[in-house]
Design a protein around this ligand. Structure first.
Ligand code: CGF
Length: 828
């Protein structure tokens, strides 16, 4: 047959997709650009070029991924399944290049093709599939599990829209939808043949099986299809690639012809709309639950997909269903996936015909539960009628679990009906609710808090009854963060300096940075440290100018508070400090004070009016302070819009001072506190969450402590706290509060900040006034020490050197040994 006359090939087809020489990488990038992205080198935008580079890197991950899966199978390992409604992964490219040791060859290949790797990396749109700490923790843990060789799968939802993008207009937060998939996602692979079906609503019915046993089956009113999208997660130099499986909801029928034919055009696509809505959007609240149907549907959706997937893999490996718990350890990342306890029971009893006792033995030896919060409003509970209409069979199962559980409670605590009522999975008062934390505690063999104080408070307060029944279930695993992303990728300048002095072993053994301790006394090293820090600050300065139009001085102290906006995190306490300094300078313009740049960043939940007002307050103060000639160049206030992982990577390395100022007893752990200190920022903080452990690790003398302890907070409130009395007796605080209420920062509008001020003066539930003076005094100590740059650098170096404990590798080792009972493997 005659060959068709094609134009001469423009690129050479790449068939060795594991090669990593610069030449091979160049060929592969051009090949992917041409055949996958569908453009040519000359025409490709940077965005398209990024996609080609990402495909090239993904190709090099695939062999590792298949080898990892084969190895897990061969060694018949127990697999950790990390179930999380959120995975805040951040951009993948730079992290993958580091972990694969490909950064330099790719940089060169990209350069030889006429592009700059930094610019290409900036093109990646971040999958914002999380709200904050909880989702980011899940991402750090995936990185550590792959690095350590812990067999693991992350299960979650592939939201079409992640956390909203934040714009600031006239000082207010405005939310815009985040369509992160606009240009596609080169890292994921869709696996439609592994789809599963998930039911909702309907009814249950009894039947008798062939052995004469009475069984129940669920007849759902609607069924949606869950399709997995896999993203391989590579470990740092481990050769291992684990799996992040995010599920997309789709309709089982794309179109109902019968309805269409009868003229019901809307009905013809109704099922499709219902199905597709489930994975449509991430709920943007981090610490408050709203009992919304869609949220329960989402939670059930991904949890059921995950469990069905595990059972499929288990049986496919030739194993019996009754050994399920030996091969799978499921970690519930907060209560969001805790419906899994009832779902696994349903699958085992209804679908696989196990008797209740055996099914319960399996279930209660499979799950463990991590609690992330002490705030009562964040403990999930679902109105019973709503629950019954969405998951009727699960409610029956929960009732049965509860009845058996409560009889155990009664055996232990005879006659204590108040306790029985508190521990019941069903809150029988009033409207009646299903309490998901109770379900998680009952169905799990381990329950952990995320910092030592948090775990103690769980045992003493939030989960006290459960602790008294099962003390052996409770354990602490202090959070950690990955030094790969949060030091090596974010702060290449300082990482290079560290590596030059102590080698690169710290990348997977952060304790090795301890060797820097001695260098804190070396004046030349300190000078080098400061030079590097200055360069990093210049980098952020340029970004700030571009993003906000505000020019800041890189030699001023960068005093940073970035995290979700929440009253308990007390961004407004920081504002009180700024205004205290402002009025000091107004009174004494010649006051000697190192210039400070106050950087804020963070999103407020769209329905959280007070948090949004705090953002407005910060911006209003910025407007006045930044333009006042009396203080210009001494104080600058900047609100960085749209705080996300990428922005965090720019901000943490450039900070001098890390603000961790939550009311003691409110922040479960915090993880930003770790990222800052790892990068050498000094912390000013309360004895809250992991701050306590950070202070112990870096040395009390290298940490600025202020404020009431958790116990003192409680006793202050119990004694009838009167914030107005503090306001009346402290002239500086009064000056600040009065200035806000006079309209000085709101164009004379005296009502704008009234809700905030009224709350502070009348109840102040987060004790800003109680901690105000201690905070100001502590900040004065900060100012004093900052004047001595040698001393500051000494302290900064010691902070960075002593953060080994806060690597997520340590956390994952603890989970593996104390909870999951899994062994790390090396590749076969
Ligand atoms: O989880 C948090 C964060 N808001 O996501 N909680 N939740 N839910 C806590 O408030 C943080 O203190 C904690 O560090 C984080 C991860 O455990």
């Amino acid at each position: 047959m005659e060959k068709l006359a094609f134009p001469a090939p423009i690129v050479q087809i790449e068939d060795d997709r594991t090669a990593t020489s610069v030449e091979a990488l160049k060929r592969a990038i051009l090949d992917n650009l041409y055949y996958i992205v569908g453009t040519t080198q000359a025409n490709a935008s940077n965005q398209e070029f990024f996609a080609a580079v990402a495909y090239t890197v993904r190709d090099r991950i695939l062999a590792r991924w298949f080898a990892t899966l084969a190895c897990y199978k061969q060694q018949d390992v127990r697999v950790v399944c990390y179930l999380s409604a959120e995975f805040l992964m951040g951009p993948h490219l730079a992290n993958n290049l580091l972990n694969l040791d490909l950064e330099e060859p790719i940089r060169q290949a990209v350069a030889e093709l006429g592009r700059d790797l930094g610019v290409i990396e900036e093109q990646e749109s971040e999958p914002g599939l999380g709200n904050g700490g909880l989702g980011r923790l899940a991402a750090c843990y995936l990185d550590s599990m792959a690095t350590l060789g812990v067999p693991a799968i992350g299960y979650g939802i592939r939201y079409e829209f992640g956390i909203f993008s934040q714009q600031i207009r006239d000082g207010w937060q405005v939310e815009l939808t985040d369509y992160w998939l606009r240009y596609g996602n080169p890292w994921e692979i869709r696996h439609p043949h592994e789809a599963v079906e998930v039911g909702y609503g309907g009814r249950t019915e009894g039947w008798t099986d062939s052995t004469g046993r009475y069984r129940v089956r669920w007849v759902p009113a609607s069924v949606v299809r869950g399709v997995p999208y896999n993203t391989p997660i590579v470990g740092y130099r481990s050769g291992i690639a684990n799996d992040l499986r995010l599920w997309r909801s789709e309709s089982t029928e794309s179109f109902y012809f019968d309805r269409f034919n009868s003229g019901d055009y809307q009905g013809a696509v109704a099922g499709k709309t219902f199905a597709e809505n489930i994975s449509k959007v991430l709920y943007p609240n981090d610490e408050e639950i709203q009992g919304k149907e869609l949220r329960l549907q989402q939670q059930y959706f991904f949890t059921s997909c995950a469990l069905q997937d595990m059972i499929r893999l288990h049986l496919r490996a030739g194993r019996q269903i009754d050994t399920f718990h030996e091969k799978w350890a499921i970690q519930l990342n907060d209560t969001h996936p805790s419906i899994g306890v009832a779902e696994l029971m349903r699958l085992l009893v209804d679908e696989h015909g196990l008797d209740w006792e055996k099914a319960w033995e399996i279930t209660s030896n499979t799950f463990s539960y991590t609690n992330h919060t002490l705030l009562p409003e964040a403990l999930e509970r679902w109105p019973r009628p709503m629950f019954a209409s969405i998951l009727p069979r699960h409610l029956e199962i929960i009732n049965e679990i509860n009845a058996r559980f409560l009889s155990e409670v009664r055996k232990h605590f005879d006659g204590d009906e108040a306790r029985v009522s508190r521990m019941s999975i069903i809150d029988e008062h009033g409207e009646k609710f299903v309490r998901m934390a109770n379900l998680a505690c009952v169905g799990s063999y381990r329950v952990n808090g995320v910092a030592a104080l948090h775990t103690e408070l769980l045992k003493k307060e939030v989960l006290r009854d459960f602790y008294e029944l099962w003390p052996e279930k409770f354990i602490n695993v202090t959070n950690g963060v990955t030094p790969r992303r949060w030091l090596a990728v974010s702060n290449p300048e300082q990482s290079a300096l560290m590596t030059r002095r102590v080698g690169n072993g710290w990348l997977n053994n952060l304790d090795e940075l301890k060797q820097l301790e001695g260098l804190a006394e070396d004046a030349a090293f300190r000078a080098e440290w400061r030079r590097v820090q200055h360069d990093v600050k210049v980098r952020l300065t340029n970004y700030i100018l571009e993003a906000t139009g505000i020019s800041v001085d890189p030699s001023s102290m960068f005093d940073v508070l970035v995290k979700r906006i929440h009253e308990y995190k007390r961004q407004h306490l920081k504002v009180l400090h700024i205004l205290t300094l402002y009025f000091r300078l107004k009174r004494k313009p010649n006051l000697e004070m190192a210039p400070r740049t106050f950087l804020f960043g963070g999103k407020a939940a769209p329905g959280y009016a007070m948090a949004k007002l705090i953002i407005k307050l910060i911006n209003s103060v910025a407007e006045v302070v930044n333009t006042d000639p009396d203080v210009k160049h001494r104080l600058k206030v900047v609100f960085l819009p749209d705080y996300d992982v990428s922005l965090g990577q720019k901000v943490y390395p450039a900070a001098d001072l890390s603000e961790q100022i939550s009311t003691a007893g409110k922040e479960a752990s915090g993880t930003g506190n770790m990222k800052f200190a790892m990068n050498g920022a000094l912390t000013i903080g309360t004895l809250d969450g992991a701050n306590i452990e950070i202070r112990d690790a870096v040395g009390h003398e290298n940490f600025f402590l202020f404020g009431l302890t958790a116990d003192q907070v409680q006793s202050t409130l119990a004694q009838g706290y009167r914030p107005r009395a503090i306001y009346e007796s402290n002239p500086f605080l009064r000056e600040v509060i009065d200035s806000i209420s006079s309209g000085q920062f709101s164009h004379r509008d005296q009502n704008l900040f009234r809700p905030l001020l009224d709350q502070l003066l009348n109840s102040d539930p987060y004790l800003l006034f109680a901690d105000y003076q201690s905070y100001i005094d502590c900040q004065d100590r900060v100012t004093e020490i900052y004047r001595d740059q040698e001393q500051w650098s000494r302290m900064a170096i010691l902070n960075a050197a002593r953060m080994g404990k806060f690597s997520s590798d340590r956390s994952i080792r603890e989970y593996s040994e104390n909870i999951w009972r899994v062994a790390a493997i090396t590749l076969c």
